[in-house]
Design a protein around this ligand. Structure first.
Ligand SMILES: [Zn+2]
Length: 277
């Protein structure tokens, strides 16, 4: 019965979602060929505004077309969706999960245990509204009231092999002992589960740079690019996950998404680390 439901779900609904995504991204592409459009802002058409269509993007997380906002210490253009607040890494992971894994099918069929560190708001909204998900949005320094537990990723309080899915984006670069954190993630992941880990990586660094002497916000900003980062990850990040015990499937967004998709969805050259036992 479960297999039948899973099959029906995959056959009927996934293509519909993909079609909506495709139609919206095509609309965005067409709009971007115009110089500008004039739109009514309500009030019987009395309030009108002109939008520069070159900057329009399509957010696959909330299915809205808009201009994305800049974000970051050195502001990145077209980074943040103004509706669901998704950023480049979150949108890339959401699209990858939609297209390449059975996870989003499973969510509507089986009860899944999902652990999510420092949750992105749009993931939080999707998972917390799904009755089939036993969702654990957690943080060490909770920033909003939806956080379920205060968790130190270096000493996770949950039992071994509890979770089917772990999502951990923009976290490890803040953690003093990231090797212990990675081992903890592996410990609480089910044998059949997957952990999705993403961090900023400096491609010009073959190995990760970390120096305990850089202990002030000013020095960390100077050497790591952000005042609350404790290292600058290099191209050895995958090996660091392997060293912690993970089997790693690395997805390069530059290869996985076409140039057109990256432009329309606001996705940067990046890596999704799909980690398992
Ligand atoms: Zn959005």
């Amino acid at each position: 019965m479960k297999n039948l439901l899973r099959h029906i779900w995959r056959m009927l609904l996934n293509p519909v979602f993909r079609e909506i995504n495709e139609l919206n991204s095509k609309l965005c592409q067409v709009l971007s060929k115009l110089e500008s459009i004039e739109v009514s802002m309500g009030g019987g058409g009395t309030h009108r505004t002109v939008i520069d269509t070159q900057n329009l993007r399509f957010c696959p997380a909330c299915n809205k077309i808009s201009e994305f906002l800049p974000m970051g210490v050195n502001p990145r253009k077209n980074a943040k969706c103004p509706f669901c607040y998704s950023l480049e890494r979150g949108r890339a992971l959401w699209l990858y999960l939609q297209r390449n894994t059975k996870i989003l099918d499973e969510i509507f069929v089986n009860k899944l245990e999902v652990l999510h560190f420092a949750p992105e708001r749009f993931f939080y909204d999707k998972f917390s509204n799904c009755s089939k998900v036993n969702y654990f949005p957690v943080d060490f320094n909770p920033k909003f009231k939806g956080i379920r537990d205060v968790v130190d990723i270096q000493k996770i309080q949950y039992e071994n092999e509890k979770f089917n899915i772990i999502i951990c984006i923009h976290v490890l670069e803040h953690i003093p002992d990231d090797n212990t954190a990675m081992k903890e993630l592996l410990r609480v992941l089910k044998k059949s589960g997957a952990a999705y880990i993403m961090v900023p990586i400096s491609k010009s660094y073959s190995t990760t740079f970390e120096d305990s002497a850089h202990s002030t916000p000013e020095l960390r900003l100077k050497h790591y690019g952000q005042s609350d980062h404790v290292r600058r990850y290099g191209m050895d990040f995958e090996q660091r996950l392997v060293n912690a015990g993970f089997t790693v499937n690395t997805i390069k967004t530059e290869e996985y998404f076409s140039e057109r998709e990256r432009a329309i969805y606001g996705i940067i050259p990046d890596y999704i680390f799909e980690c398992s036992h």
